[in-house]
Write a protein that binds this ligand. Sequence first.
Ligand SMILES: Cc1cc2nc3c(=O)[nH]c(=O)nc-3n(C[C@H](O)[C@H](O)[C@H](O)COP(=O)(O)OP(=O)(O)OC[C@H]3O[C@@H](n4cnc5c(N)ncnc54)[C@H](O)[C@@H]3O)c2cc1C
Ligand code: SF4
Ligand code: SF4
Length: 954
Amino acid sequence: MTPEHARPVSGSDLAALITALRHAGFQGEIETDRALRSAMSTDNSVYQITPDLIVAPRDSADVVQVLATLARPDFAAFALTARGGGTGTNGQSLNRGVILDMRRHMTRLLEVNVGEAWAEVEPGIVLDDLNAQLRPHGLFFAPEASTSTRCTLGGMVSTDASGKGSRVYGKTSDNVLGLEIARPEGLLSSLGQTPSWARDMLARTEAAVRAGRDAFIANTPRLNRRFTGYDLERACPTEGAFDWWRLFLGAEGTLGPITRIRVALRRIEAEKRLLVVAFDSFRNALAAATPLLAVDPTAVEVMDETVQAIAAQAGALAGLPTALKAHEGQRVAYSFIEFNGNDGLDLQDRLMACRALLAQLPGVRAIHEARDLAEIRTLWAIRSAGVGLLGKVEGDARPVAFVEDCVVPPEVLPAFVDDFLAVLSQHGLGFGIYGHVDVGCLHIRPALNIDRTEDRAKLVAVSDAVFALTRKYGGIFWGEHGKGVRGAYLRDWIGPEAYAALQGVKAAFDPAGRFNPGKLVGPRQDMLGIAETPFRAFNAPQGDPLTRAFRCNGNAQCLSYAAAVPMCPSFKATADLRQSPKGRADALRDWHGQRAAGRVEAGLEADLFKTLDGCLGCKACASACPVQVDIPTMRSAFLADYHARHPRPLADRLTLLAERHSPRVVALSGLLAPFWPLAVRLGQALTGTVDLPKTLTPRPEPGLLLTEAELDGRALPATTILLLQDWFTALFDAPAIRDAVAGLRALGYAPRLLPLRPAGKAALTLGDQRGFGRMAEALLRQLTRAADCGLPMIGLDPALVLLLRQDYPKAGLHPPDVFLPQEFLAAELEHGRVFPKASVGGQARLLLHCTESTAHPEAGAQWRRVFTALGVTLDTPATGCCGMAGLFGHQNRHQPVSRKLFDMTWRSQVAGAGPVAATGFSCRCQSERLAGQELRHPLGLIAAMVRPTPLQDG
Ligand SMILES: Cc1cc2nc3c(=O)[nH]c(=O)nc-3n(C[C@H](O)[C@H](O)[C@H](O)COP(=O)(O)OP(=O)(O)OC[C@H]3O[C@@H](n4cnc5c(N)ncnc54)[C@H](O)[C@@H]3O)c2cc1C
Ligand code: SF4
Ligand code: SF4
């Protein structure tokens, strides 16, 4: 019989549940938004299940309210699944019914006990956030999943996550001291008194555990990456004791929501060393794993030749020392060997022993030793980037997760890998491999095109074969990432007797099978299997403008919690998944499917429109996402389609007009200036904006603007630099133009302004693709003529230069080189140019435009080189987005997000002592309006710090 919670939910059920939740006093958000439901329908797996309702509790009392409401018989149709970072690789957090979004609000570090080295947290706290807060206490939570920037403690506990260093530090389950869970009756904590309502439930659980414990132990291999998810063995550690909470470790939400976690902490070790070893083959890197254990490393990880090649192509290996890099045509595999400790001498001995051992091993090409913490972090980031980069592979078949975390005893790893690869070759599948060889855990992702029936059949065949291989080699099929829909293998793996005990545990906590149904434990016919779970659409038709939405593989790199990481500002300000590149890509993909089928749900289109409106267009996702998902470009395609069917709002039309006619406004600025304040007031009222620039830039000084005649070939002096303006700078940023001119003159150049031709950025953003095309072609003609002068061109604003580099080629337009100022100046230094020394000030700070810091990661280093040449120490601190992003920060509806973003990283940097500059016009505007600080263009700082040299020409 189909369980009650599996019947489809009706609109009236949903409305009644929402009303009931509100009446019950639920404080968080209750959402049916279609874009959010799309965002919650995927993870890093190949599956998709769209939930009916999302609730984001504010605290554990809210979670109890949800459970108590759902316990009413009229809501028996609803399943309930908790979700953390949504980084599961096998559909762990996907389900129908209600999704409990723990990541949005339940993110607090509740208590730290430094003396006893433990902390209590809410389950939605992100691992890196926790460790950043613990660092001042000299403590850390040791299990280190490579998704540490976005995975939550609740998710880690529920999947028993682990990673680098687990041989020494153990898995998450080895580092948890107790839990609080929510029940309809209230909260149940393993660290407090057991309430009377819970006693019977726990007694039934204990009976089930004891009945199956022996069979469970007999069927689980004795490995470091032990089996969890109803761990019957450790739930009864000694005669008489019963640690019920241990059953929740690895239970993937199938026993109910966890609301509080007490974790054991470790003292941060003072010393750290990392050896990166280049091997001539992955086989040799793998074979080194067991011998290396003799020198007691904290972690040994590997990266195969395929991942190395992809990483090299993506530029991710730039940080590696030259000796480690592959030469032309060479294949290289890497081993990363880390040693941690408090005793420097002991560490040195282990390191020496390791080097001696490596000298004996075959295939070692080069060894690099890193001692500096920053370098160690950079090198590990290269290894962590591996999995995301696998998704970067072009083509319809791409590496996917389904057999990606098998564990076998390290000594049989090479033989296991040979058999595994034989299975893949039998099916003609490509793959990439990396992983934690010290504990025998390898990540292998075969490349499939999930849209093809044959490839879906291969997914099942390979899964079955690899499951059998892990049994043959005494290993575990799901050694790191949890089970998800692979839980369908659990019965065969653990045997009928132990499985019956697992069912007893499930029945005690979840008699109606409503918590994350279909996963891990349940009647066979109700399980979501690897072939039965709905697959997500994998490829768009050839050449489709939304192709990148299909490439998004849900690795969630864009959901980083860290304020100073540029991607993604709208998600960081809201912690709302639909306001992330991943969420937007999911909604776009769903919309695309419906549009192609000719029946678009009005709700989906309207909600997608809203979520795209929340995108700042910062373009971080066009550079920092492993598949360069590029939401602004897809938004443009969506809006073009949408506005072909719906009229544009007045605000859009006025913006498009303003951009198109900006050269006329510049030409008439003298005449218009007195009326400008009135025009601004009117414009703000009509377009729903605030704080628009209050003054118009006056006409440039005589002789600065290049004339048409000069563009037509009059020989200009060799020191001339052509300055390209965008329409915002030309209309409103007189100080930046003055700064740029003065700075370049101070360095001995003769800057000249190119007459303004708008680049079409606003048109592109708003999906006016015809308008964009017209403006872009006009600018391209100007740039091509200017390039014929043979003089360098510099763009005044990074957003403009990057538009030319990123977006013009996508439209089939290929402008000549336009440099960022620092690019040009750093290259000049390299070619031997000598700049005058600064006569004032020894230190300055420069805040980079976020689009620039993601699309051009060398920006900070180049500016530092330029300022060093002047004798000035320049600090370029990491900041996220300032919150302005063109018009976004001026729009009334975006004020809360815009202001919050400024407060997150910019306010403190802007307020610091010493001279501060910012490269972006938007950032300077935002700093002025929200902090009252007028930041300079960096060339202005140069002008102020260097005694101006006499002009060499006109
Ligand atoms: C690129 C990539 C690399 C990865 N690398 C690693 C790695 O190095 N090591 C590793 O262990 N894993 C890794 N994973 C897998 C994944 O990151 C981990 O499983 C992680 O612990 C999941 O955490 P999350 O917050 O994203 O949880 P989610 O994916 O949101 O949820 C995971 C499960 O936990 C349940 N859950 C979440 N919160 C709660 C709660 N409060 N109460 C009850 N149940 C809850 C969910 O229902 C779900 O079943 C990787 C994944 C990706 C995409
Ligand atoms: S948008 Fe990019 S970073 Fe975000 S989940 Fe998709 S692929 Fe990963
Ligand atoms: S452009 Fe920026 S704000 Fe928009 S989705 Fe990408 S990272 Fe987020």
